[in-house]
Design a protein around this ligand. Structure first.
Ligand SMILES: [Zn+2]
Length: 67
């Protein structure tokens, strides 16, 4: 299984595209990153599906805002 994957996500605050390198070797995890354009925190939720050899990334703002 590939352990490192690059994904491009859109900032939930301003829409800026951010490239993120994911390390799937530790399994599913949640983490935060700061948007380089608007400096808001972005909540990233990585789900590793080892059986399907697939990584899913869910991005949302940290403020319960629904789009
Ligand atoms: Zn942003």
């Amino acid at each position: 299984m590939r352990e490192y994957t690059e994904k491009t996500v859109g900032c939930p605050h301003c829409g800026h595209s951010i490239r993120i390198t994911l390390d799937a070797s530790n399994g599913s995890q949640e983490f935060y990153d700061d948007c380089p354009a608007c400096c808001h925190a972005i909540h990233l939720n990585m789900m590793v599906d080892e059986q399907a050899d697939k990584i899913e990334l869910v991005v949302d703002a940290d403020d319960e805002q629904i789009f």
